[in-house]
Structure formats: C-alpha cells, structure tokens
Design a binder for this molecule. Structure first.
Ligand code: CU
Length: 167
C-alpha cells in the first residue's frame, strides 16, 4: 500500500517534470518543411510565424544548406529594407542552425545572400516571457499567450487531482 503511493507520487513528479521540460523549450522549425530558403511566396515566413507561440527559452531551427543562405539578426529598420548592415549578432553561416531565444520582445532575421531577403527570406517574431512569469498579471500586454502556455500546467493539476482521488 505504502510503496504503491510512493510509486504513484513518483510517476506524478516525473510527469510534471516532463511537462515542465516541454513547456520550457519548444523547437520551432522555421518555415516548417520548407526550411530557410527563398520562399515560394513572400509571406511564407510571416504566415508561419503567425501560427507559432514563441516563448523565452524556445529554440528556432533554421534548416538551410551552408554557403547557400545565412541568418542575420537585424533591427526592424534593417529588416524592412533587407539590409544586413546593422547586424545585431554574429551572422550564422552554418546550417542547420539552432538559435535559442534568450529574451522577450521582437526579433528580426534575414538572409543576406543576394536578393533572398527581398524575395521573402525574412522572419519577424514576437517572443513572450515564459509561462511562469506570464502567469502574473501583466496589464500592458493586450494579446494573451498565457492562455496557451498555461494549458500544460492546468493539465498537470487536473491529472494530480485525478490520480490522488484513487489513493
Ligand atoms: Cu538565402
């Protein structure tokens, strides 16, 4: 009886740990199966980004062939005109590349090869704080990624209640 409880509690803790892990770090493969290239239409990356929820700690995966594309983080003005001149970080030359989103805010990425950016190889994203901090009320943010990001926690809480009702 006692060891059963320990096993159940252990399983619950493991499940919570997995949920926490899943919550902490989502990999976003930029452009999905299309990867990072000159897109088939110039809204491809914006359409893709609009369907993602980016949180601090998540990872962007840029799938591209080294020497055919690169990834340059730039300020918005540079993004708008497709200029790599004011790059904010070291240009990522080697594909595929994994880029961790370390802070919240807006981020802009372009490819600096030829006219790739002008042809639509550019990405703008909004990164929100991780779910633990978005649980706190934040009056300034009008859009609410919290609804999505808190779901795993709610699921874990319900599972806990469910499992403990059997002990
Ligand atoms: Cu390119």
């Amino acid at each position: 009886m006692g060891s059963n409880k320990v096993a159940v509690i252990g399983a619950v803790l493991a499940m919570l740990a997995i949920l926490q892990l899943a919550e902490a770090q989502t990999q976003h493969v930029v452009g999905g199966s299309e990867g990072w290239k000159i897109p088939s239409n110039d809204s491809t990356y914006q359409d893709w980004a609009n369907n993602q929820n980016f949180s601090v700690g998540d990872i962007l995966v840029f799938n591209f062939v080294t020497n055919q594309h690169d990834v340059v983080e730039v300020p918005k003005d540079s993004y708008d005109i497709c200029s790599p001149e004011f790059a904010m970080n070291t240009t990522i030359m080697k594909g595929p590349a994994h880029l961790t989103l370390n802070s919240s805010g807006q981020f802009y990425y372009i490819c600096s090869f030829g006219t790739h950016c002008i042809q639509g190889q550019k990405l703008a994203i909004i990164v929100s704080n991780s779910s633990s901090s978005s649980l706190a009320p934040s009056p300034q943010s009008s859009w609410s990624p919290a609804v999505v990001t808190t779901t795993p926690t709610a699921a874990a809480a319900f599972s806990l209640i469910f499992i403990f009702s059997f002990i």
